[in-house]
Design a protein around this ligand. Structure first.
Ligand code: ZN
Length: 383
């Protein structure tokens, strides 16, 4: 009997989530349409929807059109009620957003940080989360949780941060350390995978099952989706494409190898190459301005990086056969100097059959994809 009850509960929860997902996808949908999509009897759909309305997830948004007869009631996700908070940790910067379950960002905060001290970042995260929470003026029971996007390797079982090379953090239990200050659910994800969640949930890849988001900034990482699901690998560290070795005698990498992709094509690599070409420190904005003014050396720096990126992307295109590759973070600021070179390289290097299936484009979210993805992490649990 107990087993039967367990199955019934599971089925009820499963159907609730399916209904919620259909409403999310359609934004506004009738009970009849939900019944058609879910294959559930109208009576069951109305029961589930009643429960979801009572719990505050749905509301009767508007009266739909109908070909004569009674007009159907349209259901939508209820805004300004359940919400989540997303935090994106980056070298020198912590971003935070508060997002309701309609994916509307209600508040957003960015704060610069000096140095890489773990305790300083932790304190700032707690401060930003509490500030957003107070601004929202909605009680804690409506907070679905906090999602963290981290530029490093997360262990698939323990959820501990194994290492974040550019922050020089190792073996940090972010979830546990934050729980000393906060009493909500906390989720953690690699930042490139967070960006992939954002593109799948809100962006260009809603209808793609196989796609790859590549974040290019101080390092390079990828969030990979295959068969409609995140691909994590055996220990959760798939997607470390920044360490694809491309040049045997290339620059020394943080991973102790030589000539990894990120030593050749990350933003740090661009700035290192700019420093040696111009014999002085140049900021990314400075380098972009020079390329904008058709400075040959600056154009060459972007062109070289793009050649390497194109080569690495060819491997991915041949291996995963994705329908889209989204290039995000800093790349979105200088895409116009690299994108065509990358596409030409992929078309010239990858298998024709695979290259013709893929669209390569910059992210429309700029630097925000991973913080939005972080806010999505707690929300995924209810859909
Ligand atoms: Zn490396």
């Amino acid at each position: 009997l107990r087993r039967k009850t367990g199955n019934a509960l599971f089925l009820k929860e499963y159907n609730r989530r399916r209904i919620l997902s259909f409403v999310r996808e359609h934004k506004s949908i009738s009970g009849i349409m939900l019944s058609k999509l879910s294959g559930l009897a109208p009576k069951s759909v109305y029961e589930i929807c009643d429960g979801l309305i009572q719990d505050g997830y749905l509301y009767e948004a508007s009266i739909g059109s109908s070909g004569g007869g009674r007009k159907p009631v349209m259901l939508s996700l209820r805004p300004d009620y359940y919400y989540s908070i997303g935090i994106d940790i980056d070298v020198g910067m912590v971003r935070a957003v508060l997002m309701d379950i309609t994916s509307t960002v209600k508040f957003e905060l960015n704060e610069r940080v000096d140095g890489i001290n773990y305790e300083v970042y932790l304190g700032l995260m707690v401060k930003l989360i509490k500030t957003l929470y107070k601004r929202n003026k909605t009680d804690a029971s409506k907070l679905l949780g906090v999602g963290l996007s981290v530029p490093g390797l997360i262990d698939i079982d323990s959820k501990k941060l194994i290492m974040a090379p550019n922050l020089k953090w190792e073996n940090k239990d972010l979830i546990n350390d934050l729980k000393q200050h906060l009493s909500c659910n906390i989720f953690v994800e690699n930042e490139a995978m967070s960006s992939a969640f954002c593109e799948k949930w809100l962006g260009e890849c809603k209808n793609d099952k196989d796609f790859i988001c590549i974040n290019i900034k101080s390092g390079i990482g990828a969030g990979i989706y295959t068969c409609g699901k995140p691909y994590r690998g055996a220990r959760g560290s798939a997607g470390e494409i920044g360490h694809i070795p491309l040049s045997e005698n290339g620059p020394l990498c943080g991973c102790k190898n030589r000539g990894c992709l990120e030593t050749l094509a990350s933003t740090n690599a661009l700035l290192t190459n700019a420093k040696s070409a111009f014999e002085k420190e140049i900021t990314l904005d400075g380098l972009i301005a020079l390329a904008q003014g058709k400075n040959k050396a600056a154009e060459e720096i972007f062109n070289n990086a793009a050649q390497y990126l194109g080569l690495a992307i060819s491997f991915l295109v041949n291996t995963y056969n994705p329908s889209k590759i989204i290039l995000g973070k800093d790349f979105t600021k200088y895409a116009k100097f690299e994108l065509d070179v990358i596409i030409d390289k992929v078309n010239g290097t990858a298998l024709k059959h695979n290259a013709s299936a893929v669209r390569i484009q910059p992210s429309s979210f700029g630097e925000r994809a991973s913080v939005l993805g972080a806010a999505i992490l707690p929300q995924i649990q209810i859909f």
